[in-house]
Design a protein around this ligand. Structure first.
Ligand code: SF4
Length: 694
């Protein structure tokens, strides 16, 4: 009844889905989460929530929750005690490592973990299990932004804030469909009467909901972004719309850069991008004449074999116009998962905790001192990135895999490859809040984990705001917080006292993380859990980084990069004549392990679909709602509902990637950015056929 759903108390917390980082209040009655509402005092969302946030409490008691440890015995996943599960895990991993070497273990964590958990996991994997092959699933979404920031500025860290979007004269969104992926951010681009007058330009091959909000939509050809950005730089320089003082004081490489982009004339860029010269020029002039210009991007940029260098091209624009380090101006990567940023900062993956570098002796000395361990325990180079862990498993170099709150059987590109990896390892551990999942179906051991709403720690959002996640209810069955699982594993490995002296709660991890990050760019020592909670989140670095124009590079200057625009790898041809683009819808999250459990969201969007332009539908004699199959050189996805729409351009098709039953990654291409190792999810060649009637 309605009365039974009236909460006895409201627990302040932070949304556990996306990186916008909305503050929320979770209503509880009789240890059940019965309601959710936006926290009106939270500066990110000011009381608003999107459909996922508004229904988030439903995931806590959903039937799909993993409730007990399961060990495969005689081919069947069989309930066991936690002791047996963790003893077996340590025994099997030790045995495999003793036979094949420490690096025969690969571990993939996630941006769904709290910072305290990810920090704890990094130490456990690298110092306890002594393998460097540790990465986050964030490599599937954010690695290109990380690499691009490091290349341009010397360090990761989005330099701006959401508030900049409201203060900018121009917002340029490139490959960022915030209306579906970061819905609450749409309020920051509101241009209704009473708001600061400003323009919105959206660069996207599709007419997304975000593109529909734009003053100018640039329906660019896939992978035309680098040519466009270089072309904008060319016009800015030609028209004198650059900040020569900023360039002289704070950057390196301008002369070479100017000579390089000189060839990107509007006519040349138009021939690559499919845009008109007038559109390209108008965009450049609007950007160059804006007093403060903000560029935001997400997966349209990152999900590419040229993702990292595309990010440097974006950074170039900000640097030559001085649109960085001041209010309203920033090159801003909008992150994906609720704690993608926290894992980037505290992780032990592509860098050492606190943005320290593996190859910097002082950085390693610092950590060894804080951790009270010999410095030679800290690796001098990173191990394998996520895609390389998968490839090593296929090749037999990695013999054991441990996935934590991630679902590669749906989310990893080129399904056949990941299926081979999951089948070929000697021991596969899946630690997740949900079971069965397409990945846990392959597991030898399933560890049931607590999720958002059941555990305590911090998330850091896209604008570097650290917010508190608080437990409101107990986990179901025998599920346990990931933090507790990690400490128990450390105990069984015999490293608990060495790595985690006197630790009992995530707060102990936070206190050590404060010491590790003290004095670093991402300095958490300046605020306690209590202060974060009371303030509804605190941004490390303030609203803008690099206000003084000093960058964390050896000479304090940022670097301008020369970025070539290479065609994407698998071009359409006579046999596979469409370019497939993949993406999301607002109602679902990643591989739907969570949102498939929410009836409301499933009712709104129960199945995947394929979008095709009317011109192509007519050519192929297809009608609305026909069932179609997408074929690529890697496989086929059948039985997609056809949507005939001008949202996609002729020659292009689009499908969402959320659905395991119609897994887009059966057809996507397993190719990766050579710098960031991020996959190219956005372009591959496919053929469309009507699905035969059964
Ligand atoms: Fe949660 Fe993101 Fe929606 Fe905010 S916008 S409620 S953080 S999913």
């Amino acid at each position: 009844t309605a009365t039974s759903r009236i909460p006895e108390k409201w627990v302040k917390t932070t949304c556990g889905y996306c990186s916008v980082g909305c503050g929320m209040l979770l209503g509880v009655k009789d240890n059940k989460a019965v309601a959710v509402r936006g926290n009106p005092d939270h500066p990110v969302n000011r009381g608003k929530l999107c459909p996922k946030g508004l229904s988030e409490h439903h995931i806590l008691e959903s039937p799909g929750r993993a409730k007990q440890p399961l060990l495969r015995k005689n081919g069947v996943l069989t309930p066991v005690s936690w002791d047996e599960a963790l003893d077996t895990m340590v025994e099997r991993l030790r045995d495999i490592q003793s036979r094949y070497g420490n690096e025969s273990l690969g571990v993939v964590g996630t941006g769904q973990l709290l910072t305290e958990e990810f920090y704890t996991l990094g130490k456990l994997v690298q110092l306890g299990f002594r393998t460097r092959n540790h990465d986050g699933n964030t490599t599937l979404c954010m690695a290109s932004a990380v690499s691009g920031y490091k290349l341009s500025f010397g360090s990761d860290g989005p330099p701006g804030s959401y508030a900049d979007m409201e203060q900018a004269d121009l917002i340029l969104l490139i490959g960022a469909n915030i209306a579906d992926n970061h819905p609450i951010l749409c309020h920051r681009v509101d241009r209704s009467p009473g708001t600061k007058p400003r323009k919105l330009i959206v660069v996207d091959p599709r007419v997304t909901k975000t593109a529909m909000m734009a003053d100018l939509h640039l329906a660019i050809k896939p992978r035309g972004d680098i040519a466009l950005i270089n072309g904008i730089a060319h016009i800015l320089i030609r028209e004198g719309l650059i900040d020569r003082d900023y360039i002289a004081l704070h950057t390196n490489g301008f002369e070479e850069f100017a000579a390089y982009v000189a060839t990107f004339t509007p006519a040349h860029v138009a021939s690559i991008t499919g845009l008109t010269e007038a559109q390209i020029t108008e965009t450049a002039l609007l950007y160059g004449r804006a007093k403060a210009a903000f560029i935001g991007w997400t997966m349209g940029v990152n999900h590419s074999t040229q993702g990292a260098v595309t990010v440097t091209a974006i950074n170039n624009l900000a640097l030559i116009t001085g649109n960085i380090g001041r209010t309203g101006a920033a090159p801003f990567s909008i992150t994906g998962q609720c704690n993608a940023m926290g894992t980037r900062e505290s992780g032990f993956t592509s860098s050492l905790p606190g943005y320290r570098k593996f190859d910097n002796p002082q950085d390693r000395e610092d950590l060894a001192h804080i951790w009270n361990i010999p410095v030679d325990r800290i690796p001098t180079a990173r191990g394998l990135a996520y895609p390389d862990i998968i490839e090593a498993a296929v090749q037999g170099r990695v013999k054991a895999l441990w996935f934590i709150a991630t679902n590669p059987a749906v989310s990893f590109p080129n399904y056949k490859l990941v299926e081979q990896a999951l089948q070929s390892v000697e021991f596969l551990v899946v630690q997740d809040g949900f079971h069965p999942t397409p990945t846990s179906d392959f597991a030898h051991l399933v560890l049931p984990a607590a999720i958002w709403g059941e555990k305590e720690g911090t998330y850091t959002n896209s604008e570097r705001r650290v917010s508190k996640a608080n437990p409101a209810v107990r986990p179901p069955g025998e599920a346990r917080p990931d933090f507790d699982i990690f400490l128990d594993l450390a105990e069984k490995l015999g490293v608990r006292q060495e790595l985690y002296p006197n630790w009992h709660t995530p707060h102990d991890a936070y206190q050590e993380w404060q010491r590790v990050s003290a004095g670093r760019m991402c300095d958490y020592s300046k605020f306690s859990w209590q202060q974060i909670d009371e303030a509804n989140g605190i941004q490390w670095g303030g609203e803008s980084l690099y206000r003084d124009g000093i960058f964390p590079t050896p000479d304090g200057r940022a670097k301008l990069h020369l970025v070539p625009c290479d065609p994407f790898i698998e071009q359409p041809d006579a046999e596979y004549d469409f370019i497939l683009n993949t993406g999301r819808t607002v109602e679902h999250w990643h591989t739907r392990t969570k949102t498939a459990e929410v009836e409301l969201l499933n009712d709104m969007v129960p199945n995947a679909w394929l979008e095709i332009n009317p011109y192509d539908a007519t050519r192929l004699e297809l009608k609305p709602h026909d069932r179609v199959t997408v074929h690529s050189r890697r496989g086929a996805v059948a039985d997609l509902e056809l949507r005939i729409t001008g949202i996609v351009a002729p020659g292009q098709v689009f499908m969402p990637f959320h659905f395991a039953e119609t897994n887009s990654n059966i057809v996507t291409l397993g190719s990766f950015d050579p710098i960031s190792r991020e996959p190219n999810f956005k372009q591959c060649a496919v053929r469309i056929e009507r699905t035969p009637m059964r």
